[in-house]
Design a protein around this ligand. Structure first.
Ligand code: CUA
Length: 340
């Protein structure tokens, strides 16, 4: 699940060898390019200042240790008038320089913010993202109700089209942040916030909640899958439909296990009697890359572990531990993973 291009070497070193799919230093959208340019400008300028300060400091230490400029003091601890004048000139110059640089950085930062905000063009696609403790509800908004798609923790978007994220929250303040695509946007209860991005190249980009929102804040991740128009159309078409009918006896039994247990109180699977609304929709669960909001790769083994003891994997999360009999677990896993 790596992005198609790796970050510059320096970028990798600076981010502690962070994987390329979640870094501001490997921008994949027009908005992120602006932010990365600002980042490099700050980094270059501030590094230069750091080097100059250290050089001046070392020079002063060297001169002092060689005994240069050790003028006689007029009285104890009082420098001569000439030294006094020179010192105050230097301090004035340094203060003015510092203020000018800080103002320059503020101007550059505000200008970048304005430019990025201006990219909210007529979006080709509007996606509602609702923060929940600790997962992401995702709904593709469309005037045609037939085209509305609901999913969780994974967003598919076509490359080259402007996408608007309409952010809300169901409980506390969260922050939607996919570093390769744009900056952070807070998701606030009873408010709507917006962000947009236009992705330039296909890839999988990891996002992370960026506002502390409780015990499992760190395990509140998501993936943005940027794909061709054709692949996106296929994906959306598949997501629109109801869940696949079980095609084996084992999967049919798995569906029964799901429907006979508490799973249905929280989860929904379109086309069945499960229509719980306070946990991720599982209609096309098997098509997703991860489970538990980016916590684990979506494999049968991980899913079995997650269902058996969700609190061991993500302590404090709101999924109930339902006592599923050992002989029921395998069919349940088979059924859920078949929901492509
Ligand atoms: Cu949601 Cu931190």
């Amino acid at each position: 699940m790596r992005a198609t291009r790796s970050a510059p070497l320096l970028g990798l070193l600076l981010t502690g060898m962070a994987p390329a799919q979640q870094t501001v230093l490997d921008p994949a959208a027009v908005q992120a390019h602006r932010i990365a340019t600002l980042w490099w400008f700050f980094f270059g300028l501030l590094s230069l200042i750091f080097v100059i300060v250290i050089a001046v400091l070392l020079r002063a230490i060297a001169r002092r240790s060689r005994g240069i400029e050790q003028e006689p003091l007029e009285s104890f601890h009082v420098p001569s008038a000439a030294t006094e004048q020179k010192l105050s000139r230097t301090v004035t110059w340094a203060t003015e320089g510092t203020v000018a640089i800080l103002i320059g950085l503020v101007v550059a930062s505000v200008a970048t913010g304005k430019t990025v905000a201006r990219y909210i063009e007529a979006p080709g696609l509007t996606i509602e993202v609702q923060g929940n403790q600790w997962w992401w509800y995702v709904r593709y908004i469309d005037d045609n109700p037939q085209q509305i798609v609901v999913t969780a923790n994974e967003i598919h978007v076509p490359v080259g089209r402007s996408v608007a994220i309409r952010g809300t929250s169901n409980d506390v303040i969260h922050s939607f942040w996919v570093p390769n695509l744009n900056g952070k946007v807070d998701l606030i209860p009873s408010r709507v916030t917006y962000e947009s991005f236009r992705i330039e190249r296909p890839g999988h980009y990891r996002g992370q909640c960026a506002e502390f929102c409780g015990m499992q804040h760190a395990h509140m991740a998501l993936w943005v899958v940027a794909e061709s128009d054709e692949d996106f159309r296929k994906w959306r078409e598949a997501q629109r439909g109801v869940a696949r009918e079980p095609d084996t006896a084992e999967r049919a039994r798995g569906r029964q296990v799901f429907l006979n247990n508490g799973c249905v109180l929280c989860h929904s699977i379109a086309g069945t009697t499960a229509f719980g609304q306070n946990a991720p929709d599982l209609t096309h669960f098997g098509s997703r890359l991860t489970l538990a909001a980016g916590t684990l790769p979506n494999t049968k083994g991980n899913l079995a572990g997650w269902i058996s003891d969700p609190q061991a994997i993500k302590p404090g999360n709101h999924m109930a531990t339902i006592p599923i009999r050992a002989e029921d677990l395998q069919p349940l896993v088979e059924y859920l993973e078949s929901l492509k």
